[in-house]
Design a protein around this ligand. Sequence first.
Ligand code: HEM
Length: 368
Amino acid sequence: MTDFPERPPLYYGSYLKLDRLLSCQEMESAKLGRPAHDEMLFIVVHQAYELWFKQILFELDAVQEIFASQPVHDRDVGRASRALGRVQEILKLLVHQVDVLETMTPLDFLDFRELLYPASGFQSTQFREIETRLGLRRDDRLPFDRMAFDQRLSEADRRKLEAVECRPSLSDQVEAWLERTPFVDFGGYRFQETYRAAVSRMLGRDIAYIERNQAISEEERQTELKRLASARERFDAIFDAARHRELHARGVWRLSLRALQAALFINLYRDEPALQVPFNLLSRLMDIDETMTTWRYRHAQMVQRMIGLKLGTGGSSGHDYLKAAAERHRVFGDLFALSTFLIPRSTLPDLPDPVRRAMAFTYAAEQV
Ligand code: HEM
């Protein structure tokens, strides 16, 4: 049937190395002669996380290999999207896994918590690798204390992570891929002028609404107007290299000018056949960013329930640190910010025929 060589029949337990896997749950409390029942759950849940982290990294290997090739083949982008879709499903599972851990009460946790010092999930090297591979940079990180985030890792883990930091992240790779997107300026076409006018009108309407709104205080009005002024500033920078350079230096936009324009174009004209695969890819990245953030908040809530205002075993302020990290540790924030500048399909400038034809699937091109 197959051309695999003959070999002895496989046995479930030996294939999965269950002897080894199931002998890795050693309770510290039991070693000290005071077994705390919930420590087993604590260990198993953490180990299950680490196994899923391993699978996420395995999927990221495949995705990053695709984006490392030059040029990236269109058919492979669909494959990358599917792998990222799998990462997203795993992350959703990881959010729900917190529910299982929460069946442990704070008092149950106190039966063994002090045995954990100074270990903490903060030292999960695989989690740090996922963050770094996605594109979280050292400088983006919330300062923990005066030490760098990796100073609590072993020397070997630190070196491993430094090697990961030296390689392009998925965010870098997607940026380079976006920069090569054709069509944005295709055939001398400039969709900018009409589109910019439509967005300006939209923002102008919002400003007029806020100025007229009697239901808000003067202070709220000024805050809202400031927010819209900064949205306009961000928008203008998408079409102006000098302004973009300035905002990029301030960290307001992370993506390069060309990559931002391409991401915007893909979002606006995502119904065009040639843009559907890139649109899916960008959507998967947003899913992952969003679900990582959901996990961070969920973990922070669970920590608050479990230890209240106590410090973490790793030495942080605990819940406060985790909540602030959830807000700050975003990688694909630019893609979310671009939604500000989406306008209804009915007001979107039509693409010139040659551009639409070029973006249709070949077998459908005749009907365009
Ligand atoms: C009773 C359960 C848990 C408590 C009380 C807890 C508490 C904490 C605290 C306080 C921190 C901040 C660092 C520190 O001071 O230690 C932290 C960080 C972290 N924990 Fe947990 N944790 C729990 C379960 C888990 C689980 C099941 C995982 C899954 C792997 C996990 C993964 C992490 C990660 C990755 C960080 C670093 C987050 C970051 O820096 O953004 N934790 N945890």
